[in-house]
Design a protein. Structure first.
Length: 82
């Protein structure tokens, strides 16, 4: 059972920060740079998926390959890699 989650960075012109839109419960990111945003996301997103989207029985019974979530990361269009 593979689990796929998404994280999108949006720019708040008034606050001058990137903020997250995500289906990962508990993931709330605000960062001044896209590099800082990406670092925070990579450090926290997978742990939050395991903590907030998986049950103890799932953690105990699923193979390791099914415990590692897939996180689809979308930077703002102007920062997207080509």
């Amino acid at each position: 059972m593979k689990r796929t989650f998404s994280v999108t960075a949006r720019w708040d012109e008034e606050a001058k920060v990137f903020y997250s839109e995500s289906d990962i419960v508990g993931l709330h990111i605000e960062a001044k740079t896209i590099a800082e945003f990406e670092e925070i996301m990579r450090d926290t997103a997978a742990e939050l998926v395991i903590a907030n989207h998986m049950t103890v029985p799932e953690l105990a019974s699923l193979p390791i390959k099914d415990l590692v979530p897939t996180i689809v990361w979308q930077p703002p269009q102007e920062f997207a890699r080509t």
